[in-house]
Design a protein around this ligand. Structure first.
Ligand code: 13P
Ligand code: SF4
Length: 311
């Protein structure tokens, strides 16, 4: 089946937009109208004027798009495409945690459920987390959830002492310094780029830390010819496309595996994407009351990001 042409034809007929994250398989990235990090994707969703959004990413990303476009169907090719980080922060436990810090403001990474966003003051992504925290007065007490790695990275950079929820991403948190030392020994001139969801010892070794978009830009503009990449393997597709003469090596998650695939991101396939567009399902459904509450911290994030020229 020629899914590519069928998808492109249906997309036009139905006035749909395909938004894809960098961790999607290359074929999906290649047919997307827009590929980006969570911040870029949220911004694109906010300004979309279409009849359907097809979200090639994970559930929290599609939920964000739905909250910003409650009037149109947001299709997610596989509704099982969750996120271990979002799952590490269940609502009941988070509410109990929040009660211990009544005078704290809540900043949540966008990798959370809509329910957690209703308990949040400002959402952030890896593309604006440091700036969002710095936009608040120094004396402001903050709870940061759910990623402890991103949270402690921000605490280090800003000198703040945010209270951290103990969550992490199963793909990034297992990347090890041993693997990196070995790769560096074999590739001494290579620079290490890392996503801030990696653990602190990995981040300490990095030459550059940033969101998927920021890492991509860095590898394009930096003069190095070789990069060791500490994140999910999907990003390599755009890195190689944008810098065809440079070499990219992914940090293996263990000795026996040379690729780091997010099992949730990789649930989406061309076949499922085609079926979603054809049948106009599965789509994200959210309670209107949840949307009303959860969209507020997302909108705050977009407003601050615009003011700071981050989008
Ligand atoms: P980015 O916003 O940097 O693309 O990260 C999203 C994500 O889920 C990383 O694991
Ligand atoms: Fe979630 Fe990690 Fe997958 Fe990103 S890579 S979507 S944080 S499980």
């Amino acid at each position: 089946m020629d899914y590519k042409n069928k998808i492109l034809k249906l997309k036009k007929e139905k006035n749909a937009i395909i938004l894809a994250h960098y961790y999607q398989v290359p074929e999906i990235q290649d047919i997307a109208d827009y590929i980006g990090d969570s911040l870029g994707l949220a911004q694109k969703a906010a300004e979309s004027d279409v009849d359907y959004i097809v979200f090639a990413g994970v559930h929290f990303m599609a939920e964000t798009a739905k909250m910003l476009n409650p009037g149109i169907p947001v299709l997610l090719p596989d509704l099982e495409a969750g996120c271990s980080l979002a799952d590490s922060c269940p609502l009941d436990k988070f509410r109990e945690f929040k009660e211990k810090y009544p005078d704290h403001l809540v900043i949540s990474y966008i990798n959370t459920s809509a329910a957690i966003k209703t308990e949040t003051d400002i959402v952030c992504t890896s593309g604006n987390a440091v700036q969002i925290v710095e936009s608040l007065p120094e004396e402001q007490k903050i709870i940061f959830a759910p990623d402890k790695n991103l949270g402690s990275y921000i605490n280090n950079i800003t000198g703040r002492n945010m209270v951290l929820w103990d969550g992490s991403c199963e793909v990034h948190d297992i990347l090890s310094t041993e693997a990196i030392f070995k790769m560096r020994e074999e590739n001494p001139a290579a620079k290490l780029v890392a996503h801030p969801e990696c653990n602190a010892p990995v981040l300490e070794l990095a030459d550059f830390i940033g969101s998927t978009t920021a890492m991509l830009k860095f590898t394009q503009s930096d003069s190095s010819q070789k990069f060791i990449v500490a994140t999910e393997s999907g990003i390599l597709h755009q890195m190689r496309k944008n810098s065809p003469n440079k070499e990219f090596l992914i940090v293996p998650s263990d000795e026996t595996c040379s690729c780091n695939d997010c099992p949730y991101m990789k649930l989406n396939t061309m076949e499922k994407l085609y079926s979603a567009l054809l049948n106009e399902k599965p789509s994200i459904s959210l309670d209107a009351e949840i949307i009303e509450q959860a969209v507020k911290p997302i909108q705050r994030m977009l407003d601050i990001s615009k003011k700071l020229n981050l989008i």
